[in-house]
Each structure stands twice: as structure tokens, then as C-alpha cells.
Write a protein that binds this ligand. Structure first.
Ligand SMILES: [Zn+2]
Length: 287
């Protein structure tokens, strides 16, 4: 069997061979967003890519094209951005929740129509958006027999580590996976005039290490392996192509439950976004 795992890289016979062996599709969800001066923008994307690629390599299955745009700004993101970024430009590939979730349902449709039994979605961007993707996946499950699992990467290691933003947790992962995207010598750049300020850099970034990163990544992969062993089945189901109409119906149900969307609310522990902040209007987004 081919060692290639990316859908985009496979010939039709290779695709069917990999899928017959293990009917699992992985979807990496990333984003370009500020991770301080010490990191390039794609940290969340690199994590998600690696976890999906390596899972497919070790446990079987196929990796869907990465989606490197993610929900940002809305709800709890707004006061957070006001705090860690202030009035600087965010330079990020953020999307509104309803656009992402609508599109996500169509991504699931494409996986369903391609005949996969299990879809595993790994988001490198965490903080709460994963709950909304899970709600979307649950409602999609009412029209599809495909099993869908959504995780933000810190959830894979919740028994061992606490996730963070561009702090020791995330920077450790990068030092292990993509050391070329980290430059710790820039750790004090935020205090210099003419810089973008803190730019969402974590306070304990200097405690990061590649060894810690390797442990986080290996424990994450062990979690995914157990998930597959416990839940994935190869029983073949006859599949009918899902119409657009059905997906629109699922989205409508999801929209009706928007009061439950985590990405439309700030958390109780957060202070409201200051009135004069550029992020204020995103705290309450109309969907
Ligand atoms: Zn991140």
C-alpha cells in the first residue's frame, strides 16, 4: 500500500486501497493568528497537520485538505483579543462562526459522500470553538451513519497538560514539530517601540522545550489510537449521496440552537470587551 496519506496526493486506486484498509478521514483545522513575536502565524495549523498526517500513517486512513481558516473574533475571542492584542491589527485568517459551521457541514457531506465510516477532526485552534463543531457534527449525525469526532488538540492530552496560547504548551509543540518556526531570541521584542506589542505571546514561553513537545504530541497520538480502537468499525454501509437540501436543513437546525453556540458568547470569567476597543462589536455577533 502507498505510504502517501493526503487525499490530494492519491491516485484513485490508491485512495480506494487506503480507504478499504481503514475507512477513516482526518481533517486538520488550523488558522493563521498571532502567537507572539517568537512564532510564525501557522502554529495551530502545523499541530493539526502533524497529528492528522501521523495518525493516518500509523493507524491508517486518509487526510483531507487542511482548512487553515477558523472561527475567531466572535464571542469570547473579542475580550481576549482586546487583552492580548489591543488595538493592533490581528493579521489572522479568522472567520465568523456561522460561515465556518455552515461550510463544515458541507465538508462532512463530502466525507460522507466519499464513503468514509469515521471522520476525525483535529483543531489546532482551541478555547471553545470545538464545542460548536461538535454540535454541528451531532446534528449531521442525524442524517448520516458516519461517526464523527471533533477535538481541539489540548483535549487529547487533558489528563496530562493544560493547553495555552503561545506559552510553554504550544511553543513546546512547535519546538518539536517545526523548530524553524520558533525564534525565542525575539521574546522581548514586545517591549520595544515600533513592535506590535505582546501580540498574544504567552508569558511562560521560555519554559518550552522540544522534549515536552514530543511528549505532548505522542500522548495526543496515543489518544487518537485509542479512540480508533474503541470506536471505529469497518462495516460497510450502503451510502446515498446527501443532497444540498439535507445539509441546509441541518444548518437550519444548528442555527435554531445558536443560543448554545460557545463562539457567540463570552465566558462568565471574562470582563466585557472595553467599549472603545476595535473588538467590541464582535462580542455579540448576530447570526
Ligand atoms: Zn495556537
Amino acid at each position: 500500500m502507498t505510504h502517501k496519506t493526503r487525499w490530494a496526493e492519491l491516485f484513485p486506486d490508491e485512495f480506494l486501497e487506503r480507504q478499504t484498509q481503514k475507512s477513516i478521514i482526518y481533517l486538520p483545522l488550523g488558522i493563521c493568528e498571532p502567537h507572539g513575536h517568537i512564532s510564525t502565524f501557522g502554529l495551530d495549523t502545523f499541530k493539526a497537520d502533524y497529528l492528522c498526517d501521523e495518525s493516518a500513517r500509523r493507524f491508517g486512513g486518509i487526510v483531507a485538505p487542511t482548512l487553515a481558516y477558523q472561527i475567531h473574533e466572535a464571542g469570547y475571542h473579542a475580550p481576549w483579543l482586546a487583552e492580548v492584542l489591543g488595538e493592533q491589527p490581528a493579521l489572522m485568517t479568522g472567520m465568523p462562526p456561522h460561515v465556518m459551521l455552515h461550510f463544515f457541514l458541507y465538508q462532512l457531506r463530502s466525507f460522507h459522500n466519499a464513503g468514509f465510516n469515521t471522520a476525525i477532526i483535529i483543531s489546532g485552534h482551541s478555547g471553545g470553538n470545538q464545542h460548536d463543531f461538535r454540535l454541528a457534527a451531532k446534528l449531521f449525525g442525524e442524517v448520516s451513519d458516519m461517526k464523527i469526532w471533533v477535538f481541539a488538540d489540548p483535549e487529547l492530552v487533558a489528563d496530562f497538560y493544560e493547553g495555552d496560547h503561545a506559552g510553554q504548551y504550544e511553543i513546546s509543540q512547535s519546538l518539536y514539530l517545526r523548530p524553524d518556526t520558533i525564534d525565542l531570541s525575539k521574546v522581548n521584542r514586545m517591549y520595544e517601540s515600533g513592535s506590535l506589542g505582546r501580540f498574544a505571546q504567552g508569558e511562560d514561553a521560555l519554559e518550552a522545550s522540544a522534549e515536552k513537545g514530543k511528549d505532548i504530541i505522542e500522548k495526543s497520538l496515543a489518544f487518537i489510537e485509542q479512540l480508533i480502537l474503541k470506536n471505529h468499525t469497518e462495516e460497510k454501509q450502503a451510502r446515498k449521496i446527501l443532497s444540498y437540501e439535507v445539509v441546509e436543513m441541518v444548518f437550519e437546525k444548528l442555527r435554531e440552537r445558536r443560543s448554545e453556540w460557545v463562539t457567540l458568547q463570552k465566558y462568565d470569567f471574562q470582563n466585557p470587551t472595553p467599549e472603545d476597543s476595535q473588538w467590541k462589536e464582535f462580542e455579540t455577533v448576530k447570526v
